[in-house]
Write a protein that binds this ligand. Structure first.
Ligand SMILES: [Mg+2]
Length: 339
């Protein structure tokens, strides 16, 4: 078995802003596992909120490669990686798990979702993200998305102008399903006022209104809110889900923060057992990482999978998008190819 990796700088078409930062360059590390004529591939999309950067990925990855002893031993891989790093480096774990899963799927000649026996149900329509910017630029993003045929918009908030932004975007896009992501930027009092505005604007969903560790605050908001409240930054590990079920209606599952497709699947099934709603989400990442998320999407209520659509230099192709609609790949493995 040989395992190689390379880091590429991916670029967004426009600077991408959320409450904490604005960036346009996203270094991602790609892993390839080759054995017996098949190459399984994975992507590490590190996010500083979860304690990762391109530098931590590059520092940690070489030391974890020997966890990949047998591509079929998924539990063994997970156990070996978590023995080294119980709670850290989830995007590296994701990349290695993705590579093992794809290698097995290629050996079996099936898409990964079939290998895992996952639902072939249609992928829910994905939202397209309106990133945080000056109000006229946000209006412009929404207008262009509607013209391009998107039916679901996700708006990034966390400014002094949040109410005006919601009202302006609702005016700009009266017919779309509107979701809001505060990225943990509100306080309890401000969030209550915003929830009334969101309800009046017919917002379908609000992601992470308060700080990640303010579970009591989220539980209070949930008792008051008519808009479902979803955990994103509050969810780091599968083991968080039962606690979060007391404060949130739903969870946002991202492979790169949970440690890979199988960990995301565990979180999904735990959330379902607790009667929570589930969204499949993503980082800014290539179509390789998005293809892995798409594999799980038939099991979810909502999808937020536009991470590769925001890129100007996606190194992978093969996902067929029509505005927010994507088909699950039918080719073996993840179903995407390097450009
Ligand atoms: Mg979010």
């Amino acid at each position: 078995m040989s395992v190689t990796h390379e880091t590429l700088e991916l670029h967004t078409r426009q600077p991408f802003g959320i409450a904490r930062w604005t960036h346009s360059v996203y270094p991602r590390t790609f892993v390839s596992l080759t054995q017996g004529g098949h190459t399984g591939r994975g992507e590490a999309a590190p996010n500083a909120f979860y304690g990762e950067t391109a530098a931590t990925v590059q520092a940690v990855l070489p030391g974890l490669l020997d966890c990949l002893q047998d591509p079929w031993d998924w539990d063994g891989l997970h156990a070996a990686m978590t023995a080294r790093f119980p709670h850290h480096h989830p995007s590296v774990k994701c990349a290695l798990e993705m590579a093992a899963l794809e290698w097995c799927a290629l050996s079996a000649g099936v898409p990964v979702w079939k290998l895992l026996g996952l639902s072939p149900a249609p992928v829910p329509e994905s939202s397209f993200t309106v990133s945080l910017a000056e109000l006229p630029a946000m209006r412009q993003q929404a207008r262009e998305a509607v013209q391009a045929g998107y039916g679901v918009l996700k708006v990034k908030l966390g400014t002094e102008q949040d109410m005006q932004i919601v009202e302006a975007l609702r005016e700009e896009a009266p017919a779309v399903s509107l979701r809001v992501d505060a990225n943990a930027a509100w306080n309890r009092h401000g969030a209550r006022r915003m929830l009334e505005v969101l309800d009046a604007a017919g917002v379908a969903l609000v992601e992470q209104p308060l700080a990640a560790d303010d579970l009591e605050g989220h539980a209070e908001l949930r008792r008051f809110s008519r808009v479902p409240i979803m955990a994103d930054e509050s969810l780091h590990h599968v083991s968080d889900v039962p606690t979060l079920s007391r404060s949130f209606d739903a969870v946002n599952l991202k492979l790169a923060k949970l440690g890979g497709p199988l960990q995301a699947l565990n979180a999904l099934r735990t959330a379902r057992a607790l009667k929570m709603g589930v969204m499949i989400g993503c980082m800014i990442e290539s179509s390789l990482g998005i293809a892995a998320a798409v594999s799980l999407a038939g099991l979810c209520d909502w999808a937020d999978l536009d991470g590769a659509l925001l890129l100007s230099d996606d190194p992978y192709s093969g996902l067929e998008w029509q505005a927010g609609h994507v088909q699950r790949p039918t080719a073996a493995g993840w179903g995407v190819a390097r450009r």
